[in-house]
Unconditional design. Structure first.
Length: 226
């Protein structure tokens, strides 16, 4: 078999390299970007969500991963945009009980409401409600195992909400709103002097006592765990 000399192969590799470069330029020109990276139309962001909570830390990491150039600031005055948490609730609801009056199935609910404004208080993304609901069989004879399962499911639901929030923030709707900010309505409450800080309300499921009909699992539902 006759082998091609290196000098004969060089034009082929050169041609392939030029084709690859041309394709990269075309993809860049048409707005192509790596999957998962969606730069936000602002560089600095303030949020009242507790960054030390599990939910807050997960959300901030997801935003940073989606938009690597973002910088989180500690005061609204230093931010181009403000992500405001308006509601953050978890709940358990009994769906069915057995003949002995013990719960057989629970409904798990997460409700998170937020809005996005710019540094002038103009509403870029109006109050948006995100909900997540799951149904989970319950066995009062294995309380500890079921408590752990409920906690795990809530975390999965929470992560789903984090992904939804990031998608909303990086949506074309938000980009368009920022480009036309002068026409947006203003949230007057953001222009008022800041009120004294208050402690977030806590919602909790009653603690598990001695085994009894319809006793609820002991799940921590306060803001620190979400």
């Amino acid at each position: 078999m006759t082998k091609l000399a290196p000098s004969a192969l060089a034009p082929q590799y050169c041609w392939r390299g030029l084709v690859c470069i041309a394709l990269c330029l075309v993809l860049t020109a048409c707005g192509f970007r790596l999957k998962g990276v969606s730069p936000l139309p602002f560089d600095t962001l303030y949020t009242n969500i507790n960054e030390n909570s599990e939910f807050g830390s997960n959300l901030l990491r997801a935003i940073a991963a989606s938009s690597p150039g973002i910088r989180f600031v500690d005061t609204p005055a230093d931010a181009e945009a403000r992500l405001t948490q308006l509601q953050n609730n978890r709940s358990l609801r009994e769906l069915s009980i057995n003949a002995e009056g013990q719960v057989e199935e629970y409904e798990l609910n997460l409700v998170f409401t937020f809005q996005l404004t710019d540094n002038q208080g103009r509403i870029v993304l109006p109050p948006t409600v995100l909900r997540s609901t799951r149904e989970l069989p319950y066995d009062p004879t294995v309380v500890q195992a079921k408590e752990g399962e409920i906690t795990m499911v809530f975390r999965e639901m929470q992560q789903s909400l984090v992904s939804q929030i990031v998608r909303r923030l990086s949506s074309p709707e938000v980009n368009t709103a920022f480009e036309n900010a002068e026409s947006l309505p203003v949230d007057e409450s953001l222009l008022a002097p800041p009120a004294e800080s208050t402690t977030d309300a806590t919602t909790s499921v009653p603690k598990m006592g001695p085994m009894s009909p319809r006793s609820a699992p002991q799940i921590n539902l306060d803001g620190s765990s979400y």
